[in-house]
Design a protein around this ligand. Sequence first.
Ligand SMILES: Nc1ncnc2c1ncn2[C@@H]1O[C@H](COP(=O)(O)OP(=O)(O)O)[C@@H](O)[C@H]1O
Ligand SMILES: [Mg+2]
Length: 285
Amino acid sequence: MTVPTALAQATATRYVLPLREGGSLPGLVEASDDGTYVVKLTGAGQGPRVLVAEVIVSALAAALEVPTPRLVELDLPAPIARYEADEEVQDVLTASIGPNLGVDFLPGAFGYDGSRPPSASLAGRILWLDAFTANVDRSWSNPNLLVWHGQTWAIDHGAALYFHHSWPSRGVDPGRFAAQPYDAERHILRGPAGDLAGVDEACAALLTPSVLRAAVDAVPDAWLTPVADQPGLETVTDVRAAYVSMLLARLTDRTAWLPGPPSGPQAEGPADLARSQDARRRWTR
Ligand SMILES: Nc1ncnc2c1ncn2[C@@H]1O[C@H](COP(=O)(O)OP(=O)(O)O)[C@@H](O)[C@H]1O
Ligand SMILES: [Mg+2]
């Protein structure tokens, strides 16, 4: 599996509407390549690091043959923000002029509800990926899985690799990330994934050093934030190397984070999904 080392580029031509479901105010956008994208905006509160996580983890998902939408670097020209009527949206668009992340829109996809679980192999690879990248954002109350053309698709990887949020204060510490445990008990695919012993070796073997490097190289320079006073983070090249060393360390020693077999009833289930959907409906009414 080859991972492309750069994102394709497109320019937004029309902001269609905000998708009110997500916490990061994603919106639907039409683009110069005739594509329709869910746009994740650089000006949306959490800043560009969440987009870095999206790009890297999406590339790793592709390498593990986990279905995930194609990503593009989506340029947002100033007039699109100027002509937006909704003030809240206009503010975020104005703060996001320039390169943003476009996630290929899957028309007619619906949210995963557990009624059509993926195969044990796919569920296992998704859980393994989330444990490897420390992504806690795939629970029953926040599934971040879509069902499209009968297949389970993984979306929304912005919460993964959260170590980069503490880089300015803590610096780069691959050993610490390698030793960080992962709690799989709330993961929405904990049941269908079963015992990960069967997929662990295969997943680890697919993520060769060159795949990890290609995944990191796919991130546009503009989203990589050097930290002037942290050794190993002083330039964009340093930041790329830091991501690779963090991932390599965690891949090499999987004892701390690899989930064991399911240990009894799950902490969350479909009732938590229904509750979170109700709550979301109340917020967005
Ligand atoms: N590629 C896509 N195709 C169709 N719908 C999508 C796509 N990406 C996101 N969505 C919809 O938008 C919602 C929010 O997107 P998500 O990536 O989870 O953003 P957030 O970071 O705000 O949670 C999803 O729950 C899903 O309903
Ligand atoms: Mg989400």
